[in-house]
Design a protein around this ligand. Structure first.
Ligand code: PGA
Length: 253
């Protein structure tokens, strides 16, 4: 596998904060990175605030930290009450869009087919899709995690996906927000399965970034980030504090 890219440390702020706290977090990231510019050499960064905070965060974000949204609409524009289009995300200078997060799948019934359609819309506008996959606790207990993740990749990642327009995030559902992290052996096994699958599925599958997500914290970051085929992290809870988020990046050696 070619290792040409920096690790990507992406923060998923989920439905947290206020306009003031979101802008403050962006400012704090800038201050932290100014003190420790080596982190920008080791990692690429992105933060994904709630839609209504995107613009305020954009205005405060330091160079080297990209902006992302947590979802996008399935349609280009029109009578879709409550939805946010990819054009609107481009307008506020987003670079990334998280798609198919397990919370979207669970609470909004999002399907792999919808994720693929949204990703295709992102590609039209040069937005990079962060496509999330991962098995539930029951599926892991039954030993069918590879089958589940393989199916999600086959259905949710469009054939036009490239290493430039797509990042995969493996997030075991049972590890999200629970404090439980998959063991380094399990992460290694799943990421190598995903790598093999992507290589078979896509011309650029060998170079596509595969992030790990699920209770990534400063104290487990170094082990996780040094695991083979782990090209970064998608961080929820620990991305809400600038010092913790940057401490995770410090784990990238
Ligand atoms: P967590 O969330 O780090 O709080 O487990 C990760 C995610 O859902 O992206």
């Amino acid at each position: 596998m070619t290792k040409t890219r920096k690790k990507l440390i992406a923060g998923n702020w989920k439905m947290n904060g206020t306009l003031a706290s979101a802008a403050g977090l962006a400012v704090a990231l800038g201050e932290g990175l100014e003190k420790e510019p080596a982190l920008l050499e080791a990692c690429d960064f992105a933060v994904c605030p709630p839609f209504v905070h995107l613009l305020a965060v954009r205005q405060q974000l330091p160079v080297g930290v990209a902006l992302g949204a947590q979802d996008c609409a399935l349609n280009r524009e029109g009578a879709y009450t409550g939805d946010i289009s990819v054009n609107m995300l481009v307008d506020v200078e987003c670079d990334y869009v998280i798609l198919g997060h397990s919370e979207r799948r669970q609470y909004h019934g999002e399907t792999d087919g919808q994720v693929a359609a949204k990703a295709a819309l992102c590609y039209e506008k040069n937005l990079t899709a962060i496509i999330c996959v991962g098995e539930t606790e029951v599926q892991r207990a039954e030993g069918c995690q590879e089958e589940v993740v393989g199916e999600q990749l086959a259905r949710a990642v469009p054939p036009t996906a490239t290493a430039g327009n797509t990042v995969i995030a493996y997030e075991p559902v049972w590890a999200i927000g629970t404090g439980k992290t998959a063991s380094p052996e399990d992460v290694k096994a799943m990421h190598s399965f995903i790598r093999r699958h992507l290589k078979e599925q896509l011309a650029e599958g060998g170079n596509m970034r595969i992030l790990y997500g699920g209770s990534v914290k400063p104290d487990n970051a170094e082990v996780l980030m040094s695991t083979e085929n782990v090209d970064g992290a998608l961080v929820g809870g620990a991305s809400l504090k600038a010092d913790q988020f940057l401490a995770i990046a410090r784990g990238v050696k």
